[in-house]
Design a protein around this ligand. Structure first.
Ligand SMILES: [Zn+2]
Length: 261
């Protein structure tokens, strides 16, 4: 199992990080990819990943919810860190658009998103994309950069079948996490195609979005990468196959997308 999106630099893990990592390893998690959200978190992500080299792999970027008046300064700092640590990074992330709480910084979010997509293209790194209430703007930009060869993942995918088709056409992957275990979520039905062709397993990667989005039966708790087994079980049921096959395919997808050894 590879957890392609976990904010384990979060303070909720600070007190027991060594045993936490050991628990994930023992449960069969082979890698944890750790995205940053702003300049400060780039530093905490880098130091966490330096502590567990070859296990925790950093991604650096400016999250849309962290875009405000100082975003150009933030981008400048993050860009120098990216250039400095290029060889250790698995991706630029997490970046994207989020109009959920406010569109006050919409123009700035769009600018930050485009700048970081261009960095990824220039450095030949994939991107981890966060999109909330901004599907159309986000996909238009993804389509534009994908046409130039950019690769990446739409993290925490929970969109419609039509959105999934649009993502498939860009060559991007979809990050699947705890949402698929939620009773009222339509994600499993969407992935199964519900009478139409299913979304190919070859385009899915697993992620927790820890500490958030813990799957059933851990909902409400601090999330952990090892809980991905619950996501795998639902996927196995959805695709009418075995958990082992889901695990093997999604692990392989993550290796390929993020160039992990
Ligand atoms: Zn995230």
């Amino acid at each position: 199992m590879i957890d392609t999106h976990a904010h384990i630099d979060d303070e909720q893990y600070a007190d027991d990080i060594d045993s936490f990592i050991l628990n994930q390893q023992q449960a069969g998690v082979s890698r944890i990819l750790v995205p940053a959200t702003n300049a400060d978190s780039c530093l905490s992500v880098l130091s966490l990943c330096a502590r567990y080299p070859d296990y925790c792999v950093p991604a650096l970027g400016l999250h849309p919810e962290d875009v405000s008046d100082d975003y150009l300064t933030q981008l400048q700092t993050i860009h120098s860190l990216i250039l400095c640590h290029r060889d250790r990074l698995c991706a630029i992330g997490e970046i994207g658009l989020d109009y959920h709480f406010s569109t006050l910084y919409k123009e700035q979010q769009l600018d930050a998103f485009r700048q970081q997509m261009q960095w990824a293209l220039d450095l030949d790194l994939p991107v981890m994309i966060h999109s909330r209430d901004a599907t159309d703007d986000c996909l238009r930009i993804v389509e534009e950069y994908a046409a130039q060869g950019l690769r990446g993942v739409m993290h925490c995918f929970s969109g419609s079948y039509e959105t999934a088709q649009r993502i498939l056409r860009t060559g991007f992957f979809m990050g699947i996490g705890g949402v698929i275990t939620f009773k009222n979520a339509h994600l499993a039905l969407t992935l199964s195609g519900n009478g139409r062709p299913p979304i190919p397993l070859e385009r899915l990667v697993l992620e927790t979005d820890s500490p958030y989005m813990a799957p059933v039966p851990h909902r409400g708790q601090r999330n952990e990468s090892r809980y991905l087994t619950h996501v795998i079980d639902v996927l196995a049921h959805t695709y009418n196959t075995t958990p082992d096959l889901i695990n093997r395919i999604t692990t392989n997808n993550a290796r390929q997308l993020f160039h992990l050894s």
